[in-house]
Design a protein around this ligand. Structure first.
Ligand code: ACO
Ligand code: OAA
Length: 371
């Protein structure tokens, strides 16, 4: 038996949810470029879960169900208020809150197809409510209840700020949600599939996935990108920052990818959004610094921006707190996790690979008094 480090290149399952073939990303066979340009996030959720784009009626029904499911119980909000919110990362709060949502869901252990679809709606709707409620509670503000007349993207921004967002912000946020919704067998999706392949419930799968997304080598990179840009401060500091970081063998957050070696097809959409939004806010320096960093790192190391790089300046321009960037990734990606969880249940087999043992061979047991 030989191990493949990080399972690189290992094909671990079949899937019809999304594909990356020759650097082209599709959800259920639809190009990410078309979806980013034309689709609402709700259409993408429907597509991922139902293997087809919805007609008007189906879309209206999904929106109605999401809106009806989006409020969370006062008990859960009171739990959130009792947590040490100032010192804990929002992804840790989200991980705990999703686990709690499972405890408040009377159907948590219902493994029927219908029960799982109802839970899917609740999870998709309520993660937005939890993330925005948390972001307000820690600032001493009351949570804002979701509205039933707003789109998914608009509702998130509304619950975060308490104000109805501008159309341009909703459009940008919707596109960001579409771009993050699914990505083949990335680390968090694989984690979700491993958890539910034991026939554990959907909340357990999503809680496990959130844990995997949290790390800076995966979803946590978007927050780290903004931290890096804030440290660099000015465009004329980019080159010296980069040289020093590379000399110290630091990883530059938001660059590189396990699968894409010629660039992440989502990055160009986020780059364009970053350009437009930073122009609007008058803070073009974030876009200019990002472009310069990307040019230099491309030349120096052949490393290209991934989905997390330009999303940082996009979310910053939408006035979103930096530590909420990764929870937003989860709010979108839960749609993909759910699609994969449903696919796993449909054709399940326990996921249990082997390890190539490298420890000592057959040691003789010595009683504790003789050691
Ligand atoms: C949504 C997402 O999850 S997208 C990814 C988000 N993560 C990041 O942006 C974090 C920064 N990027 C990385 O750490 C990596 O590129 C990963 C984790 C995304 C992919 O990693 P892998 O395919 O395992 O590549 P690995 O980490 O082995 O790197 C290969 C080589 O490229 C270098 N490298 C890869 N990415 C970077 C980077 N961002 N900055 C500097 N060097 C890098 C490594 O140091 C390594 O060099 P070496 O061979 O001289 O030791
Ligand atoms: O696929 C990956 O390894 C990481 C990624 O880009 C994602 O999850 O969107």
């Amino acid at each position: 038996m030989t191990a493949t480090r990080g399972l690189e290149g290992v094909v671990a399952t079949t899937s019809s949810v999304s594909s990356i073939i020759d650097d082209v990303l599709t959800y259920r066979g639809y190009s990410i470029d078309d979806l980013a340009d034309f689709a609402t996030f709700e259409e993408v959720v429907y597509l991922l879960w139902n293997e087809k784009l919805p007609n008007e009626q189906e879309l209206a029904q999904l929106k109605k169900e999401l809106a009806a499911a989006s409020a969370v119980s006062d008990d859960l909000l009171n739990h959130l208020k009792s947590l040490p919110l100032k010192n804990v990362h929002p992804m840790a709060i989200l991980r705990t809150a999703v686990s709690m949502l499972g405890m408040y869901d009377a159907e948590a252990e219902d493994m029927t197809k219908e029960g799982n679809m109802r839970k899917a709606i609740r999870l998709q709707a309520q993660m937005s409510t939890v993330v925005t409620a948390f972001a307000r509670i820690r600032d001493g503000k009351d949570p804002v209840a979701p509205r039933t007349d707003l789109s998914f993207a608009a509702n998130f921004l509304y619950m975060l700020t308490g104000e109805e967002p501008k159309e341009v912000a909703v459009e940008a946020f919707n596109k960001a949600l579409v771009l993050h919704a699914d990505h083949e067998l990335n680390a968090s999706t694989f984690t979700a599939r491993v958890a539910v392949a034991t026939l554990s419930d959907m909340y357990s799968g999503v809680t496990a996935a959130i844990s995997a997304l949290k790390g800076p080598l995966h979803g946590g990179a978007n927050e780290q990108v903004m931290k890096m840009l804030s440290e660099i401060k000015e465009e004329d500091q980019v080159e010296s920052y980069l040289q020093k970081a590379l000399e110290q063998k630091q990883k530059i957050m938001g660059f590189g990818h396990r699968v894409y070696k010629n660039g992440d097809p989502r990055a160009k959409h986020l780059r364009e959004m970053s350009k437009q939004l930073t122009k609007m806010t008058g803070e073009e320096k974030w876009y200019n610094m990002s472009v310069k960093l990307a040019e230099l790192l491309g030349k120096e190391k052949g490393l290209l921006p991934n989905v997390d790089f330009y999303s940082a300046s996009v979310y910053h321009s939408l006035d979103i707190p930096h530590d909420i960037f990764t929870p937003i990734f989860a709010v979108s990606r839960v749609s993909g996790w759910i699609a994969h969880i449903l696919e796993q249940y449909d054709n399940n087999r326990l996921i249990r690979p082997r390890a190539d043992y490298t420890g000592p061979a057959m040691q003789k047991y010595i009683p504790v008094t003789e050691r």
